[in-house]
Design a protein around this ligand. Structure first.
Ligand code: R5P
Length: 318
């Protein structure tokens, strides 16, 4: 990217995923704007943008990953600081949008937290949102500002093609909610599709009821938006092996990997778990031999550039 752009485009990183922000910065050849994020004694957050942003097109990069509430609050306060610093436009770049799974009432007197978080980001002063693989596409409608919801296809498809060339492939949706994502990937890869009938007796505990489709003798690739406890993927992998799958791997956009997830994955029939860097990898994740992280920095960088230059983003996915 030409150096002249650096005068008007400002990239700022929150604390949630500095390595990704640095990779986006180097893709765009735009330095990260100096920004200080401090905690008062009572843990209140204070943000100070250390460079002039008046009239600039600003991009604040922050995943609302663990600790979700701190990172969300940092994002809101940074947006407020940019707004009060007279930024011309503020794009909240949220590679992993937490709270997305709370996108509907699941019972009486329960919240729709994804909507609340969308309201908070809008009220703080964001002009637009750039995110990746929202848990449900409809969450875009929770915002009354433009949302660009990138898909992971351009990152996963070449990797799958390279790794599984010449093997009989079957793309697997680990639950009914993920069928649209899995079908789109299967279409791009000209692969078969199968679906797992998953039930949840309670939050965080999943059970496979059935495998719908023929997986016998095929290399099965589970695709999902989130791996959290790992239960969904590991149970699905075991069920697929039982039905005669040749081998099972998983491609998941957001590696939340909380609690015992890493052990579960290590002890499961999953051959490999490929995740993106939408959430910064912990040291334990980096050490796990089954986990491979691929970067979304070029995709997010390119989409940011297109927002800045007012060019089409959908062209990226043709
Ligand atoms: C659920 O609908 C999501 O798409 C994921 O399948 C789910 O969040 C994975 O959670 P866990 O790894 O805890 O089973």
């Amino acid at each position: 990217m030409s150096g002249t752009y650096t005068h008007t485009m400002k990239l700022i990183s929150g604390n949630s995923n500095r390595p990704l922000a640095e990779a986006i910065s180097s893709y765009l050849d735009v330095p990260l704007t100096q920004c200080s994020i401090k905690r008062f004694n009572d843990k209140e957050i204070f943000v100070e943008i250390m460079e002039n942003v008046r009239g600039k097109d600003t991009f604040f990069i922050q995943s609302t990953s663990f600790p979700a509430n701190d990172h969300l609050m940092e994002l809101l306060i940074a947006i407020d600081a940019l707004k009060r610093g007279s930024a011309r436009r503020i794009t909240a770049v949220i590679p992993y949008f937490g709270y997305a799974r709370q996108d509907r009432k699941t019972g009486g007197r329960t919240p729709i937290s994804a909507k609340l978080v969308a309201n908070l980001i809008t009220a703080a002063g964001a002009d637009r949102v750039l995110t990746l693989e929202l848990h449900a596409g409809q969450i875009q409608g929770f915002f009354d500002i433009p949302v660009d919801n990138l898909i992971s296809g351009p990152v996963f498809v070449p990797h799958i093609r390279k790794t599984y060339a010449d093997r009989p492939l079957c793309i697997i949706s680990p639950d009914v909610g993920g069928v649209v994502r899995a079908r789109a990937l299967a279409k791009r890869l000209k692969a078969d599709l199968a679906i797992i009938d998953k039930r949840r007796a309670e939050a965080g505990v999943s059970e496979v009821m059935n495998v719908i489709g023929n997986v016998e003798g095929k290399s099965c690739i589970l695709v999902d938006d989130i791996v959290d406890s790992g239960g969904t993927l590991c149970n699905a992998a075991a069920a697929l092996k039982k039905k005669g799958a040749l081998d099972v791997a998983a491609y998941v956009v957001h590696g939340v990997l909380s609690g015992e997830a890493l052990n579960k994955v290590a002890n499961s029939p999953l051959e490999k778990l490929v995740i993106t860097d939408s959430i910064a990898a912990t040291d334990e994740m980096k050490k796990s031999p089954k986990i491979e992280q691929i970067s979304i920095a070029p995709l997010i960088g390119e989409a940011s550039l297109r927002i800045f230059e007012e060019r089409s983003i959908s062209e990226l996915f043709k």
